[in-house]
Design a protein around this ligand. Sequence first.
Ligand code: BG6
Length: 465
Amino acid sequence: MNNVALIVFGITGDLATRKLIPAIYHLLQKKRIDTIALIGAAFEDMQPDVILERAKKYIPHVDQNVWQKLHECFYYQKLNFTNKNDYFALAQLINTVEQKHQLSGNRIAYLAAASHFFCDITQYMGESGTIKRMSGDASSWQRIVYEKPFGRNLQSAHEINECIQQWFDETQIYRADHYLTKELVSNITLLRFTNCVFEPLWNNQYIDSVQIILSEDRGIENRGAYYDKYGALCDVVQNHMLELLALVAMEAPQKLIGDFVRDKRAQVLKDVRVIDGILGQYANYTHEEYVQPDSKTETFAALCLAVDNARWTGVPFYLKTGKCLNTYEVVINIKFKQVACLMLAKDCPIDSNWLTIRVAPDATFVLTLNAKKPGRSDELITIPLEFCHSCLYGEVTPDAYEVLLEEVLTGEQATSVRFDEIESAWQVIDRVHHKNFPVYSYACGSTGPLEMEQFCKKHGMRWRS
Ligand code: BG6
């Protein structure tokens, strides 16, 4: 594990600058990797120092020794993703660098690039020997990470998958979704399956509804060229939000590792049905750089989904996401059913119990219970039982991309998405697209389109935040 050449396609892009380079810095700092060569490839003419400097501001409290170490192992190769010859130059650079740093041939290629380049990059990596097909019993390993979204719809996802399978073995392929390596998200299955107080209640007999919210106060920033082609449904619902749904709704795996977990996530995603939805676009979105002036791309989506299996029949799963909203939060709210009232009518519990899993900005679990108002025997108050993960472990909790890279380094595939999960998730999105839900405008800094009120009324629900 401690010895690897990491090749990042798209090293000058937003993802590499904000997330991947800082994650590699932290792995070096924590000595999770010892010997590494980081080889960046992208189309821009750029000096390696400039690429690293741009990423520096995303690393709090830079340690100069670690930073120096990163400089010493960093190389840059200008490369056009669609030009085969450039990959031969890259392969040569990797060989030279591996000799210089005495690496043993372990390689990771990270494709931080748009998915329409995936097939070309894969094929040319294969032809140039940048990455070789390998089976698990070789003395070194070579792995490829594909950043999300994997395709733009079901058909393109299939085309990409067929292409990469011609070149590499499934054990080498990691389809990334950084939400799966967020601390509280990886805690969902543990919370569910290791606590007797939850698992027996985790079904339609006791759960009333589930809400999954990914709300962002940022707009699309400088990502107009990408975002306008994808929109909220393909950017975050198809991957992050449906994976959260899968973790909440899946059946118990035999073990909480690898394909046991992936099998169960894949199985439940097949049962998802679209009931209703409403889309939105923030005012002035069309004035953002690289956005089409007449764009109808949604920057907001709220969906009501069903999971058609014995455990979840009758339980609605509400998903809500948007850019430029009033707050940044990623939260899962599980609403338990109301108990029969044994008290005088006026003092019945006003709300049922909720289990709230807050993934961001602060990581917490809160279980809301009804309890006696102090000094009164006939009045109730709502009390939160809270576990604040960020208060206790905030300092030591690694960023999701750091964990993701570490999982690839160790060869753990549970947190990488298998193609059958991706396929089912695209089927859900394709069904949403076919329904042609209206796109309403909303003000930046608001909670979304005003028409959400009717949506809530229609479904007899309210969003809890
Ligand atoms: C990315 C999306 O996958 O996830 C972005 O492309 C979104 O549009 C981001 O902002 C949200 O991730 P996080 O970790 O910042 O909550």
